[in-house]
Design a binder for this molecule. Structure first.
Ligand code: PLP
Length: 396
């Protein structure tokens, strides 16, 4: 009934996990939801003020296709500070969240038959969008190396059809971060083999000691002509529902993104654009600092509880707001109800017995992993993790 391309992907595994948590909660059970890819926080004050002011000024009309000049300038300025290089407004496209930025990049850069290297475990949307564009994801397994891709594994995955690599640091779902040396190695491969680097830094604001978020465009300025940066205000300003992100890339790529947006969404939401511009103009970054401090506390408390797990190693959790558990020590074992064949079975068990919602690694190309979000109030987080640890330690 529907087009053939619809068989290339299905509803994202994270959305399915969220729906399972909601369904369990609707049946009256108390569920602590660690499945969401978002942080529970209030909206930054300057963003709220900017949105209300935009509404009261009757700003209700289309904007420039790739965002207002002022917002693109503000983003270019931020990137110039972050990378130590000059970025201009015409190298920026504001999008309806990072998802649209990535979609634009996939449609603008990939031809049918192209290959895109994606380190795995991966955020579930990367391969879906590559497939929609008619290209083929080629996965590089990072599990044996603490979820950090090895440069030799990336090199081995390159073929004459390689057109791009997705570099997501800090990584969703694993929380791993990529250091300067590795990023530099990736840019050298990109220049040598002439492919694009799609650099997703949506979690760049959340990196914990002793880690540091390195920007690939700062590591190797020469590679700038091959780099597409994707970022979002969803996580950094806790605005997931507002749908605002951006693409920063060479002008030809931005022109292609503009053509695409002109035929799809016309422009990113006008109120959201003015709200985020107001945040930039306000200049006070205490919201971001406060959020980072809150997540750092949740992370420390959460890691302390998870250290009681008997058959699961401590998660890397260097960045982002996820604990990623390696359940290979449990898969193949048994619960009271029967065999545990995959992380999906563990997730179902946790929902039933611990009242905890998680996302099984099958959503990220890893049948033995599990993602737990710690972006929720710390008391809930502690209760959820205590219950999870008791349940998992009870498995044989
Ligand atoms: N990139 C990564 C790695 C993500 O985890 C997400 C959302 O979870 C996105 C991009 C998309 O974010 P948004 O479209 O909300 O800006």
């Amino acid at each position: 009934m529907v087009a053939q391309r619809m068989s290339l992907f299905s509803v994202s595994g994270t959305a399915n996990a969220r729906a399972a948590a909601k369904a369990a909660a609707a049946s009256g059970k108390e569920i602590i939801d660690l499945s969401a890819g978002e942080i529970w926080a209030e909206t930054p004050e300057a963003v709220r003020r900017g949105a209300v002011a935009a509404i009261n000024r009757n700003l209700n009309r289309y904007t420039d296709t790739v965002g207002t000049e002022q917002l693109r300038e503000a983003i270019a300025k931020k990137l110039s500070v972050d990378t130590g290089q000059l970025w201009r407004a015409d190298e920026i496209a504001v999008t309806a969240g990072a998802k649209q930025a990535l979609f634009n990049a996939a449609l603008a850069l990939l031809n049918p038959g192209d290959e895109v290297i994606i380190p795995a475990p991966y955020w579930t949307t990367f391969p879906a969008q590559v497939s929609i564009a008619g290209a083929r994801p080629v996965f590089v397994d990072t599990r044996a190396n603490g979820y950090v891709p090895r440069i030799e594994d990336i090199r081995a995955a390159i073929s004459p059809s390689t057109r791009a690599i997705v570099v997501n640091t800090p990584n969703n779902p694993t929380g791993a971060i990529l250091d300067r040396e590795l990023l530099n190695g990736i840019t050298e491969l990109a220049l040598e083999h002439d492919f694009w680097v799609i650099f997703d830094e949506c979690y760049g604001n959340f990196v914990f000691e002793p880690g540091k978020h390195e920007h690939i465009a700062a590591v190797n300025p020469e590679a700038r002509r091959r780099i597409v940066v994707v970022n979002s205000f969803s996580k950094s300003l806790t605005l997931t529902g507002w749908r605002l992100g951006y693409l920063a890339a060479p002008r030809e790529v931005i022109s292609a993104a503009k053509a695409l947006q002109s035929h799809t969404t016309s422009n990113p939401n006008v109120v959201a654009q003015h709200a985020v511009l107001a945040y930039f103009e306000d200049g006070d970054r205490s919201f971001e600092r406060g959020l980072r401090a809150r997540l750092a506390l949740n992370r420390t408390r959460g890691l302390a509880i998870l250290s009681r797990l008997r058959n699961v190693p401590p998660p890397p959790a260097q960045g982002g707001f996820y604990f990623y558990l390696d359940l290979s020590g449990l898969v193949g074992g048994r619960s009271r109800d029967g065999a545990i064949a995959t992380a999906d079975d563990v997730a179902n068990l946790l929902l039933r017995e611990a009242g905890v919602a998680s996302v099984p690694g099958s959503a990220f190309g890893d049948p033995t992993g599990m993602r737990l979000s710690y972006g929720i109030p710390v008391d809930l987080l502690e209760r959820g993790l205590e219950s999870l640890v008791d349940t998992l330690n009870g498995l044989s």
